[in-house]
Design a protein around this ligand. Structure first.
Ligand SMILES: [Zn+2]
Length: 258
């Protein structure tokens, strides 16, 4: 992988969100999913940065509510999905159309990954994946507007990216996700290792992200709905469950009440 032309830093926001700050090294920067403005403004001031781009993965308030205030102070271009609930998007992003962040040397592919919301997108490029609330480390988003079939399709699409891809999801949910994943696959050694590592990081108050797609493929039950262990567990809850989307449906429903 060639060197990434920008750095990525987490700005903690709200109770457990991360706003990702992308710095190009020339004073320009982008943020992904600014659910509130204040912590972004503080980070920009501390680093002397000019906000030139805002990327949105989906319309939920904890990903977009900072946008109007940021636009009052910065002449930034807003990229996001086609959705009437996002009136401040300047550049509508569609799968198959790359976006180029002017002045930052950054190009991202847009991936349609509906399921958590019907218009959810991801940005992928330079070895990094910004996947909002669809894929979490060791978990996945709730199905607010989509189906288990759509989540299976979305996670299959992300699974096809290179294994070394770094996963920048939007919440610090990893520790509770590990607790659920261990209920699904108590004997998965990669998961046991990840859970221990996450406990250590959280005990120190440290971030558990990014993970890699390789980590997720080995630890995340929602990325493993065709693994015999996971299908067998789903079948214990619903004898009709088969590999793939129906196992996704069963374990997602279990996680909702876990
Ligand atoms: Zn959301």
């Amino acid at each position: 992988m060639s060197a990434r032309p920008f750095t990525i830093t987490a700005i903690p926001a709200l109770s457990d969100n991360y706003i990702w700050l992308l710095e190009a090294g020339n004073g320009k920067c982008a943020v992904v999913d600014p659910g509130e403005a204040q912590p972004v403004l503080a980070a920009l001031a501390a680093r002397g940065l000019d906000l030139s781009h805002i990327l949105l993965t989906h319309h939920h308030y904890d990903h977009v509510d900072g946008v109007p205030e940021l636009l009052e102070l910065y002449d930034a271009t807003v990229y996001g999905p086609a959705d009437d609930r996002l009136p401040f998007v300047h550049e509508v992003c569609r799968e198959g159309e790359d976006i180029h962040l002017e002045g930052m040397g950054i190009t991202f592919q847009v991936l349609d990954i509906p399921a958590h919301t019907r218009s959810h997108i991801a940005f992928y490029g330079h070895g990094a994946l910004f996947c909002g609330d669809t894929l979490f480390s060791v978990g996945c988003g709730r199905l607010f507007e989509g189906t288990a079939e759509e989540m299976q399709g979305a996670l299959d699409k992300l699974s096809a990216l290179p294994a070394e891809t770094e996963v920048y999801c939007a919440h610090e949910y990893t520790q509770s996700n590990c607790a659920f994943a261990l209920a699904v696959e108590p004997g998965n050694p990669a998961l046991q290792k990840r859970a221990t590592e996450v406990d250590t990081l959280r005990a120190r108050g440290e971030i558990t992200l990014p993970s890699t797609l390789a980590d997720e493929l080995s630890c995340n039950p929602f990325m493993r709905t065709r693994e015999d262990n996971v299908v067998t567990v789903a079948r214990g809850l619903d004898p009709q469950a088969t590999a793939g989307a129906s196992t996704m449906a069963v374990i997602r429903a279990w996680k909702d009440r876990f």
